[in-house]
Design a protein around this ligand. Structure first.
Ligand SMILES: O=P(O)(O)O[C@@H]1C[C@H](O)[C@@H](CO)O1
Ligand SMILES: Nc1nc2[nH]cnc2c(=O)[nH]1
Length: 306
């Protein structure tokens, strides 16, 4: 008899709609609001969750069927509450391919969000600047991605397709909502953020940093910033019809010169995240406030101004 799931039945490779629904229902049964916005906080950018009011924290390890963070020092929890007048669910730390999970499992929370009724996915990450014009501390609004891990067939959508999530062959045109990018540019200008960038993010598997030859290649093919996340989440979000807004904080510059002997390090990523966290937080809050205003749900008593 033909194998129903040629990718294998392990939960790393396949999770049925009903199992995702069970996780979504479990979370909904434990929280007081029904989130409209899902947020995935990048490395060093989790302080956004401090702006969430009436917050309820749920550790990933306490959610049956949810992956758990394995990176040392990562918090690993959902924070649910109100932000700028809208109910939100924030993931404080995400799941990375380099941790050993399949991409299907790394992106599972996005489908959980969808089945909880979430409509928008807001994503942040720490990334390294490949574009020579980029500086450490810059914010890059993501216009598009190059999904290196996915191009060769390692996709979070691999395996049987359940049309209740989305179509077999989803387009990726405008996976990063252009209207939200335009809005973010206006907000960045209002905030006086110097020289905000709009560019292409490249997802590599990690955990090692890129070699100099790899950085040169990435530059040649049009990458502006490189990191170890985001694309698989956005592919999954686009498949199931979530509107996506994403930005990278440039926490290091790619080394393109053997003579300079530059070595990227994790401490630098964390330190740059810390120095720019209030700006990143305010940008995200103002974006959410603008969505609340559009939906007619603004609450002037809420705010995360610094
Ligand atoms: O979760 P993100 O993509 O922000 O994490 C980045 C990529 C690696 O996990 C780590 C490298 O320093 O930061
Ligand atoms: N791949 C990659 N991801 C990062 N995330 C933060 N910095 C880096 C980097 O230099 N390379």
């Amino acid at each position: 008899m033909a194998e129903k799931y040629p990718t294998g039945k392990s939960e790393e490779n396949h999770i049925p709609y009903e199992a995702v629904k069970a996780i979504a229902d479990n979370i909904l049964s434990r929280i007081q609001v029904k989130p409209v916005i899902g947020i995935i906080c990048g490395s060093g950018l989790g302080s956004l969750t401090e702006a969430i009011t009436n917050a309820q924290n749920i550790e990933y390890k306490d959610i049956p069927g949810f992956p758990v963070s394995t990176v040392a020092g990562h918090v690993g929890r959902l924070v649910v509450g109100m932000l700028e007048g809208l109910p939100v669910l924030a993931m404080q730390e995400r799941f990375h391919y380099y941790e050993g999970y399949s991409l299907i499992k790394c992106a599972r929370p996005v489908r959980v969000m969808k089945l909880m009724g979430i409509e928008y996915l807001m994503v942040t990450n720490a990334a390294s600047g490949i574009n020579p014009a980029y500086k450490v501390g810059d914010i890059m609004l993501i216009r598009d991605h190059i999904n290196f891990v996915g191009i060769s067939g390692n996709s979070p959508l691999r395996g049987p397709n359940d049309e209740r999530f989305g179509p077999r062959f989803p387009p990726m045109t405008d996976a990063y909502d252009p209207a939200l990018i335009t809005r973010a540019l206006g907000i960045a200008e209002e905030m006086g953020i110097q020289d905000v960038k709009v560019g292409t993010y490249c997802f590599l598997g990690g955990p090692n940093q890129e070699s100099i030859a790899e950085c040169k290649m990435l530059h040649t093919i049009g990458v502006d910033a490189v990191g170890m996340s985001t694309a698989h989440e956005v592919v999954t979000a686009q498949h199931c019809g979530l509107k996506v807004f994403a930005f990278s904080l440039i926490t290091s510059k790619a080394s393109l010169d053997y003579e300079k002997k530059e070595y990227a390090n994790r401490a630098e990523v964390v330190a740059v995240g810390k120095s720019r966290e209030s700006t990143c937080r305010e940008l995200m809050c103002r974006m959410i406030k603008s969505i609340a205003a559009e939906r007619g749900t603004s609450d002037p008593s809420c705010g995360c101004s610094m």
